[in-house]
Design a protein around this ligand. Sequence first.
Ligand code: PD2
Ligand code: ZN
Length: 286
Amino acid sequence: MSQQIITPELCDWITEQSRAGHPSEAILGAMVGSGWDATVAREALARMLGGAPAAVVPVPPSSSDGYTPGLPEPDLVGRPSEIDAGDRKVKIVLSLREPRVVVFQGLLSDAECDGIVEAATKRLARSETVATNSEGSEVNAARTSDGMFFERCESELIRRVEARIAALLRWPLDHGEGLQVLRYRPGAEYQPHYDYFDPAHAATASILKRGGQRVGTLVMYLNHVEAGGATIFPDIGLDVMPVKGNAVFFSYDRPHPSTQTLHGGAPVIAGEKWIATKWLRQGVFN
Ligand code: PD2
Ligand code: ZN
């Protein structure tokens, strides 16, 4: 974990922000957005502004097996091969600690995958990604797929899946963005990138006002891909094959390449690849 320390300058800055009327959650978002470790930031806030750190961002109970409070995290204490995610049991097929990566099997049923694809198909448009130089969005050549966003809880199916994800990752449902669905055709890919918002980009401060930083990603595979389309993690040499109903989860406690969460979607060679992505935020995303 981070070696960051709470300096007098940081304390002064927090006091100033609070006096200027910024809520704790916004101050926390700005700190993490500029590179502070989330745990250190919460501790500094609690020290300066009083109250329990948990009041700033819900922190699930910690355990002694390397679990990082303040991040979404499945309960893998005792290395279970299965987790009860409320309405469905989900198998664990891979767990890596640094970076935190977990691969789930059977997170979604075939019928749920098909239902999401069917609902998304009607609304597909050329995928857009968050722009780095304005507050809008722009078509991004690095991602040659088509996509759409669901509203959170917009249907019974979406709500059920989101509630399952919240239980599985022990992260509040309202700390997640709406599900994004992408369709890749043969040749389409998503070049390696980080999912957090880069603190150096002009649009980031504005983006962070709505829910703070992203701290975790869950990519769910919605169909059988004939060939290609793995989710790749170049820094650690990990390839996760797209198997219908399975999912890969990874988390990042700071918006920095040192998290080793560089990842991409390898080109689809044959058939189509459909995924649904849930991005998890530090705070309430409305
Ligand atoms: O399609 C993928 O495997 C993939 C790769 C990288 C998805 C995402 N990123 C994403 O949705 O952020
Ligand atoms: Zn990504």
